[in-house]
Design a protein around this ligand. Structure first.
Ligand SMILES: [Zn+2]
Length: 75
């Protein structure tokens, strides 16, 4: 299976790094080259970049956990 590499625009909310990375298109997160924090890869619909990484990956997971808890509690 061929892996496609795509461009991701990284805008780190932790250290302010702005960079363009070439990564595999099935990835969900990328670590910031400046501070190593995991950033969530959001698909963009722009032509220039396939992904934009401007949110903390961890935060996103925490939000999902809360949503799950809420769903369970409301049953
Ligand atoms: Zn960073």
């Amino acid at each position: 299976m061929k892996e496609e590499r795509v461009k991701a625009e990284v805008m780190c909310p932790f250290c302010g790094t702005y960079t363009i990375l070439k990564i595999k298109n099935h990835r969900k997160s990328v670590s910031c080259p400046g501070c190593r924090e995991q950033l969530y890869l959001k698909k963009t619909h722009g032509k220039d970049f396939y992904f934009r990484a401007s949110e903390a990956f961890g935060m996103r997971n925490i939000t999902r956990e809360f949503e799950k808890l809420f769903e369970e509690n409301s049953k």
